[in-house]
Design a protein around this ligand. Structure first.
Ligand code: HEC
Ligand code: HEC
Length: 545
């Protein structure tokens, strides 16, 4: 259905995208990338998405039995916490800091329009995401989500009065929504689209090793990273097989409530209890989703065939679930598809500034507002924008980072790989002054405060209401996330060196989502919306036992 592109695109033709990227358009017009040849291994795609959604949200997957992928990707696909989120791989940093609005932007200038004006404050610290404590893996305890581990002194100084705190990632967490379109994953593109893994497979009754190679699979490549990473989810040294054995003994999402009308998991939700019904175990879901050759062998050395292939199942399931997280129904999409009333006059003015004076489309083009997607010519996919000096983080090389997509940015602050800007207004000032550090590809531009307001309003037109209200396909199970420490020991006798911590709970949302819209990062810093007018305000108690 290629409708004639009305209005602004015709106007856009008059000032063709400066970087030669494709024109801005509706995401409804873009085909979701598929993984060719995956049918050889996957026999039921719907079951694969069920498996992927359960694994993504399951707190039992982390070594502490309390950390899911979702722990850092729960809010419009990104993180939304304000305490114990700081790291700095190069220097010391304030552990367990509670972020405040006045700290942003992290580099403060006397004149925000002039990057050569007096620097009032500057820090190389990054706003990342809290993961797990530094521990060494010692084994699993069948039937328990928490693994056995030994506490290690944290040399990277995630310590508070001599007590270990959760470690924090060295970069800000980007959204997983629309991430299926990227050619390469992560800020530096290190998750490549070619996914290669050796699986144990039955051929003619014999168990053989087969090297699987899949393309369009950066999300599969990406997914095998955090789960065994000792900052994000894992005690150091755990294996796929041990993770599999643990998960096979546990009810999927066994700690968390699942809404009966969850768009994917609803049919299997336990009505008066937590997690999925007994008939739906992780092994059963794998057997439903994957070809029998990958799991049916009775042969068993140290591990079963399904345990040996768990990394492969994990990668494909998470890719399949995340490929359903597509936000293609924002006011902008409706406008681009011909509904001229979908954008206000102010937003249309902002769109023109975005394309013309702002030159934003040099790097944020096409339906994804990113030059780093599959099928693009990938010019300006990775660029230097002078967010930080390149010695601090070389990114994809020489301080270049992914020209990341802009959909739902209203809800995913703070911004940039260092989380250095709290609001879209601060971000626009950054671009207008030509970035913070020299030797970048930006050109400064003049901007009145009215023009700035117009671009910010335009960026808000990229928010899909289903994301704003956590509606299907962005609905989710209950989740608890750690939101900082106290400088006294916690009450877990196995880990006397761990600092006590606080938790916030998010309720399960069914397909119809929340009644209140998601809070923005700036509102979080100002405590706006705690009266129930926003959701995910991080003020609700955690009810998970
Ligand atoms: C402790 C927090 C944390 C956890 C847990 C976590 N992530 Fe992330 N995620 C991050 C950060 C930080 C980045 C950016 C890292 C970088 O680019 O170097 C990221 C990046 C990503 C991206 C890339 C998005 C893009 O723009 O390319 C995807 C996809 C993703 N994560 C999915 C997952 C999945 C799937 C899991 C579970 C297996 C997971 N994450 C667990 C923090 C986390
Ligand atoms: C020369 C290429 C280039 C141009 C021009 C450009 N950007 Fe970017 N944009 C990037 C890159 C690269 C990043 C990631 C930078 C980083 O984190 O270090 C980024 C990040 C962003 C982000 C942060 C998204 C997030 O999730 O953190 C927003 C918002 C954004 N750009 C909006 C704009 C707007 C608005 C304009 C026009 C005023 C613009 N960009 C112009 C390349 C560009």
């Amino acid at each position: 259905m290629k409708r004639a592109l009305l209005g602004f695109v015709i106007a856009a033709g008059a000032f063709a995208q400066p970087g030669g990227g494709p024109p801005l358009r509706s995401l409804k017009q873009v085909v979701v990338p598929q993984v060719p040849g995956v049918e050889r291994y996957v026999r039921d795609r719907a079951a694969l998405v069920v498996l992927g959604k359960a694994l993504f949200w399951d707190m039992q997957a982390g070594s502490d039995g309390r950390t899911a992928c979702a722990s850092c990707h729960f809010h419009a696909g990104a993180d939304h916490r304000a305490k114990n989120q700081i790291s700095d791989p190069l220097n010391g940093f304030p552990v367990n800091l509670a972020l405040e609005a006045a700290m942003f932007p992290l580099r403060k200038l006397a004149d925000s329009t002039n990057r050569n004006s007096t620097v009032l404050a500057d820090t190389g610290m990054r706003v990342g995401s809290a993961g797990v404590y530094r521990r060494e893996f010692k084994g699993i305890v069948p039937g328990e989500a928490a693994e056995a581990g030994v506490e290690l002194y944290d040399a990277q100084a995630f310590t508070l009065n001599g007590l270990n705190t959760r470690r924090v990632t060295g970069r800000n967490t980007p959204s997983v929504i629309n991430s299926v379109y990227y050619q390469r994953g992560f800020w530096d593109g290190r998750a490549l689209q070619q996914f290669t893994q050796t699986v144990r497979i039955l051929r003619d009754g014999r168990l053989e090793n087969e090297e699987v190679r899949l393309t369009n699979a950066q999300l599969a490549n990406q997914a095998v990273g955090p789960i065994l990473d000792h900052v994000e989810m894992s005690y150091a040294g755990r294996s796929w097989q041990m993770l599999a054995r643990k998960m096979f003994h546990l009810a999927p999402l066994g700690l968390q409530q699942v809404a009966a009308d969850d768009s994917v998991l609803g049919p299997f939700a336990r009505i008066d209890g937590r997690g999925l019904v007994d008939e739906v175990s992780y092994l059963r879901l794998i057997q439903k989703a994957f070809a029998p050759e990958l799991w049916e062998s009775g042969e068993r050395d140290e591990y079963s065939q399904a345990e040996n292939n768990f990394g492969f199942f994990w990668a494909l399931a998470l890719q399949a679930y995340q490929a359903t997280l597509i936000s293609d129904d924002s006011p902008f999409d409706r406008f681009a598809d011909g509904d001229r009333g979908a954008l206000t006059a102010l937003q249309q003015e902002g769109l023109r500034f975005f394309q013309q004076q702002g030159r934003c489309t040099t790097c944020h083009s096409g339906a994804e507002f990113s030059n780093a997607v599959l099928g693009n010519n990938n010019r300006n996919a990775f660029q230097r924008t002078g967010v930080r000096p390149q010695e601090e983080d070389a990114g994809a090389g020489n301080g270049s980072f992914k020209s990341i997509g802009l959909r739902n940015v209203e809800l995913t602050g703070p911004y940039f790989h260092n989380g250095g800007q709290a609001t879209l207004e601060q971000l626009m000032d950054f671009y207008a002054r030509g970035g913070d550090f020299a030797n970048n590809s930006l050109r400064p531009f003049a901007m009145t405060s009215a023009q700035r307001a117009a671009v910010v309003e335009f960026l808000k037109s990229l928010t899909d209401e289903r994301v704003r209200y956590s509606r299907a396909p962005f609905d989710h199970p209950e989740l608890c996330v750690p939101i900082g420490h106290q400088s006294v020991p916690g009450n877990d006798p196995r880990f006397p060196r761990a600092a006590a911590e606080q938790w916030a709970g998010l309720p399960a949302t069914g397909a119809f989502g929340e009644r209140a819209p998601l809070q923005t990062f700036d509102e979080l810093l100002h405590g706006i919306g705690g009266d129930g007018s926003r959701s995910n305000t991080m003020t609700r108690a955690c009810t998970i036992p």
